[in-house]
Each structure stands twice: as C-alpha cells, then as structure tokens.
Design a protein around this ligand. Structure first.
Ligand code: FES
Length: 107
C-alpha cells in the first residue's frame, strides 16, 4: 500500500490502499489539519506539499500546478495535494508558509 510520511508532523505515517482520492482528501480523512484555502479547486497554493521523496510518483504537473509554476509560486519540489492522487510512497513536509499556529511542527 502506498504511504505518505509527513516529516515535519512528527514523521506521521499514513498507509492507504490505492484509490482515486486526492492526497489532500487522504490527509484530511486521517484527521490531519492541512490548509486548503480555495476548497481544493487548484486556485491557491496553500495545500502545497514539499516533496522530499517520491516526486516521480506525481507524474506531470497538473494544469493549475503548471500555472503556479510559471508564476514562480510553486517550486520544482512542490506539488498541490488537492490536484494529485497517491501513486507510490512519498515523503513530504508542510511548507513554512502554510503551517497552522495551533499545530506543533517538528522542523
Ligand atoms: S487547496 Fe487551493 S490549490 Fe489546493
């Protein structure tokens, strides 16, 4: 089963069966707070994942990601959690700008 490891949330590990759910939905389904200011419509970048391992599992940039990349608002190692499904093991972090004040991050 593909896994999501969230490094700066105390190495939280999510182990899920393959599905067509977005990575954002999977994270939320595991009761983890993760920003999604536009409601998962690909119109902001607050759901961004900083990807440490498994970038190849994301495939090509999705259309909103392409747009934000061209605008310099999404780095090469960042992907939108609301626009991608989980196709293999990934290790990610919450971006500095998208951390919640009520959570304790480990990096
Ligand atoms: S929640 Fe806005 S782009 Fe993903």
């Amino acid at each position: 089963m593909p896994k999501i490891l969230i490094r700066n949330l105390n190495n939280t590990l999510i182990d899920v069966p393959p599905s067509n759910d977005s990575i954002l939905k999977i994270i939320h389904d595991h009761q983890i707070d993760w920003m999604f200011a536009c409601g998962a419509k690909g119109r902001c970048t607050t759901c961004r994942l900083v990807v440490h391992e498994g970038l190849a599992h994301f495939g090509e940039l999705k259309e909103p990601e392409q747009k934000f990349s061209e605008l310099g608002r999404l780095k090469e190692n960042e992907r939108l959690a609301c626009q991608n499904t989980l196709n293999g093991d990934i290790e990610v972090s919450v971006a500095e700008a998208n951390k919640f004040p009520h959570l304790t991050y480990t990096e």
